[in-house]
Design a protein around this ligand. Structure first.
Ligand SMILES: Nc1ncnc2c1ncn2[C@@H]1O[C@H](COP(=O)(O)OP(=O)(O)OP(=O)(O)O)[C@@H](O)[C@H]1O
Ligand SMILES: [Mg+2]
Length: 269
């Protein structure tokens, strides 16, 4: 079997993933995780997790779920919304009560009131910007029982700001807004990704000036950074295969960083 080049391995480090086991502990991501863990313990109705696309909401929610499951079985994660309302009720019913009959929403609310204890159940909803108004209203009714609490994760765009305002202003008791990492933290992120695959040599080739260049375009957004590095190593992969004499294997070249930025449309040519 052909041995994979370091550049191919490096490229693969930066494929998007929401896998909780791949969660990288940076000061900032640990801070948000701890904050969420503390917040979900409080007797709130809803918690809003908020932030621009690619900032790490889904992987954080997955990580929270993984950690909470260790100590609490009354937590359920919905990574993508169930847009059919009857199906949504049915799925909640099945997950929370482990039963499978058809029940309507009112019956479900009655059951919740009767059978669940105060503050006992936590539902994590990712991509909540996709829920309709009437579904959000049902979620609100459920949270009003005080038996079920929701973490609602929304991405922040102008339009969805309105949704957030309309639904949550009076109801959400806590909002956690994810912010991009600092430049130093982005450096740690990139290096930890590479070190995770034992690519020590490549990790060491990233100096402040390289990170600064990447940060300038990605503004610390993780998904954008992933794309940037994926393309960078793809370019290296190409040259390694086709024109290896063009590569300096011992340092990251500014030219290739620029090519990656061009490919992503950050720089016009
Ligand atoms: N702490 C972290 N550790 C490892 N990877 C991370 C971390 N934070 C973000 N990422 C990576 O950044 C990418 C974007 O993260 P994620 O998909 O969670 O963003 P999002 O906020 O849910 O975006 P969207 O609003 O588009 O759904 C993912 O590939 C993820 O692996
Ligand atoms: Mg997401």
């Amino acid at each position: 079997m052909e041995k994979k080049s370091h550049y191919s391995k490096a490229k693969e480090c930066f494929i998007d993933t929401e896998d909780a086991k791949k969660f990288i502990e940076l000061d900032q991501s640990v801070y948000f995780l701890e904050k969420l863990k503390q917040t979900v313990k409080k007797p709130l109705k809803m918690i809003l997790l908020y932030g621009e696309p690619g900032i790490g909401k889904s992987i954080l929610l997955n990580r929270l779920y993984l950690e909470l499951l260790k100590s609490n079985s009354n937590v359920h994660l919905f990574l993508s919304p169930i847009l059919d309302e009857d199906n949504f009720t049915k799925t909640l019913y099945r997950k929370i009560f482990s039963r499978d009959e058809n029940i309507d929403f009112n019956q479900f609310v009655d059951l919740v009131n009767k059978e669940l204890s105060f503050n006992s159940t936590l539902i994590l909803l990712d991509e909540a910007q996709l829920y309709s108004n009437s579904q959000m209203e049902k979620i609100r009714i459920l949270s009003d029982t005080r038996k079920i609490k929701f973490v609602v994760s929304l991405h922040k765009t102008e339009q969805e700001d309105l949704i957030a305002k309309g639904h949550f202003q009076t109801r959400i008791w806590e909002t956690i807004e994810l912010k991009p990492p600092s430049m130093n933290e982005l450096e740690t992120y990139i290096k930890k990704k590479l070190l995770g695959k034992n690519l020590f040599n490549l990790a060491n080739q990233f100096h402040k000036k390289h990170i600064k260049f990447i940060y300038k375009y990605t503004k610390g957004n993780y998904r954008e950074t992933n794309k940037f590095l994926y393309h960078l190593f793809e370019i290296y992969e190409y040259y390694e295969k086709n024109k290896p004499s063009k590569i300096n294997f011992s340092r990251i070249s500014k030219k290739y960083l620029e090519m990656s930025a061009i490919k992503l449309g950050y720089i016009d040519v």
